[in-house]
Design a protein around this ligand. Structure first.
Ligand code: ATP
Length: 258
């Protein structure tokens, strides 16, 4: 479980998060939503200790990650897989080497064990044959899937996704959404998805957490987004769900493509 308590964060004069509380339950998929610049990525970075709160705490399995030395934080981070916005793959390495990287860095597994795990991860993202390919030889959606394979290599308990569908066409976005759901079910992980893609939110998330004006304005089951209207949330949702009816999104979902 991750608990964010009374979190404040500013950069110079810019207040980004004020008095933010959020509890992320084990096994759920929660979407962090909000306008561009509302602090979604800043909040996500606090969950894994990449940023430290000015005030407040982030507890991961009861450990206050802002108050522990780096060596202990490194141990906590082993439980996290992070899919960064651009994928953040190493361009000079093959897909195989990218996925093997955290295994080489964090574990003392043999070359054979690492090879098996890399192939397993490629299988999980349904791209068993791309190991020898470099990121530059792959499409945007394929790069995200390789990055996802790398994020799950250490068998994380938590996967953090930063805008996983941004920059992808609707059909590829569906593929990524379906993969997020599949991994959540098969690996029984807790997933935190930063996004403003409301189609994704309704497709994959159990709950949504809406940041607005530095505050956690609304948190609840996605089913309640329309049932229990909140004027500000409603405005945000309407502005961002224009492509929900996109036939490509619908078609790929119905086909169940991954
Ligand atoms: N390291 C930093 N130093 C200074 N300002 C920062 C830093 N990180 C984020 N910010 C600022 O904090 C604000 C929130 O940024 P953040 O990236 O969390 O927004 P976001 O909600 O994820 O937006 P988007 O949807 O556009 O990605 C922005 O104004 C950003 O410029």
């Amino acid at each position: 479980m991750i608990e964010v308590e009374n979190l404040y964060k500013s950069f110079g004069d810019l207040d980004v998060l004020e008095d933010v509380d959020l509890t992320i339950e084990d096994g759920e998929t929660i979407a962090i939503i909000g306008r561009s610049g509302s602090g979604k990525s800043v909040l996500m970075k606090h969950l894994v200790g990449l940023l430290k709160p000015d005030k407040g705490r982030v507890l991961v399995d009861d450990i206050d990650i802002g108050a522990i030395p780096y060596e202990e934080l490194r141990e906590v981070r082993k439980h996290f897989g992070v899919l960064f916005q651009g994928g953040a793959l190493f361009d000079s390495m093959t897909s195989f080497e990218n996925i093997a990287f955290p295994l080489n860095y964090f574990t003392s597994q043999s070359d054979e064990e690492i090879r098996e795990r890399v192939l397993e991860c490629l299988e999980l993202v349904r791209m068993p044959d791309v190991g020898p390919k470099k990121p530059s030889e792959l499409s945007g959606g394929m790069r995200k899937r390789v990055a996802l394979a790398r994020a799950i290599a250490l068998e994380p308990r938590y996967i953090l996704y930063d805008e996983p569908t941004s920059g992808l066409d609707p059909e590829t976005s569906n593929t990524i959404d379906e993969l997020i759901t599949q991994l959540s079910d098969e690996l029984n992980v807790t997933s935190v998805v930063v996004t403003h893609d409301m189609h994704s939110v309704f497709a994959i998330a159990d709950r949504a957490a809406f940041l607005h004006n530095c505050h956690m304005h609304w948190v609840g089951p996605v089913d309640d987004i329309h049932k229990k209207p909140d004027e500000i949330l409603d405005r945000f949702v309407k502005a961002n769900e224009y492509h929900v009816g996109d036939p490509l999104r619908a078609t790929a979902s119905q086909r169940g493509q991954v």
